[in-house]
Design a protein around this ligand. Structure first.
Ligand code: BV8
Ligand code: ZN
Length: 247
């Protein structure tokens, strides 16, 4: 693949060519890929909850200090998510996987919408919002049947301890990051969609792939810290651009 758009093709056409030709593509997605499904992003204008930033609430300290408030935050996010469906960006990525079986989709999102859209080769490196996990024995249970009116804090069905949402909080290690970096080291193309590129170590999945020689394509309405390392940084919305780029 050539390193820069050839004269005859614009950046979008060049991106399409690279994406079709890729043998081992890795896709890194963030909250922006779910924006058009109605899921609030973290650092956009709708990222706050009662004046708190997610970084203040999505932490073990906040949970041990005030589990009720942290659970109210997550119950609210679950109630919003129940009204959301995959958008054309999620569907385009699921189709792309069927034509590129060695693809790996590394998502920072905890909304489960990639899986719902049909993607199967996924690493949900920050966990899943609709899972309850016991804070003591680690037993996980599916939270989706729980109705949003149920305001009790979920307790473990096995050891009786308090449950937490099945996500990775700030300050906690990211168990899947090692295998994501390993996949990035052998990717020939990275498609970065809808992430502000500020959360580590997730954002560095793109850096690892780049340093291993992968071409990098970014899709985001705004520039991010990852734009500088992208060969093609396309300004646009995921639900509009991905169906065009991946068809
Ligand atoms: C760890 C689950 C160590 C929870 C999440 C100072 C400097 C650097 C790093 C740090 C620091 N202080 C602390 C750290 C480390 C910290 C970190 O990175 N902090 C950041 C805030 C600076 N990282 C950690 O703590 C990680 N752990 O480092 O552990 C360790 C090691 C060993 C032993 C012990 C400890 C854990 C991080 C995981 C945190 N959990 N989520 C939950 O969901 O409640 S992260 C959270 O942010 C979400 O998962 C989210 O996905 C992620 C990243 O945000 P984005 O997805 O990028 O979303 P954002 O809103 O930011 O941006 C949206 C983008 O979409 C924008 O660019 C926008 O332009 C674009 N967009 C909008 N609309 C569209 C669009 N794009 C396309 N189409 C559209 N329509
Ligand atoms: Zn338990």
């Amino acid at each position: 693949m050539t390193g820069h758009p050839t004269d005859s093709t614009g950046p979008r056409e060049q991106a399409r060519e690279w994406l079709q030709a890729a043998r081992r593509p890795l896709v890194l997605t963030g909250a922006g890929v779910s924006a058009e499904s109605g899921v609030p992003t973290f650092r956009g204008p709708d990222g706050m909850w009662r004046g708190h930033r997610p970084e203040e609430l999505a932490t073990p300290d906040a949970f041990s200090r005030d589990p009720e408030m942290v659970w109210e935050f997550y119950r609210w996010r679950r109630s919003v998510l129940r009204g959301c469906a995959p958008n054309p960006a999620h569907v385009a990525l699921a189709r792309y996987e069927s034509s590129h079986p060695d693809l790996l989709l590394v998502t920072q999102n905890v909304d489960g919408l990639h899986r719902l859209a049909g993607s199967t080769r996924i690493q949900e490196i920050h966990g899943r919002l609709m899972i309850d996990r016991c804070s003591a024995c680690g037993l996980e249970s599916d939270a989706s049947p729980r109705d949003e009116a149920d305001r009790r804090i979920p307790m473990c069905g096995s050891c009786g301890a308090i449950c937490r949402p099945g996500v990775v909080w700030f300050g906690e290690p990211v168990p899947l990051i090692g295998s994501a970096f390993e996949a990035a080291g052998s990717a020939d193309l990275v498609l970065v969609v809808g992430t502000s590129g500020v959360v580590e170590p997730a954002a560095s999945v793109a850096r690892v792939a780049r340093s291993a020689g992968a071409e990098v394509i970014e899709v985001n309405p705004e520039a991010t810290p990852l734009s500088a390392l992208s060969d093609l940084s396309l300004r646009g919305k995921a639900a509009e651009l991905l169906p065009e780029l991946l068809s």
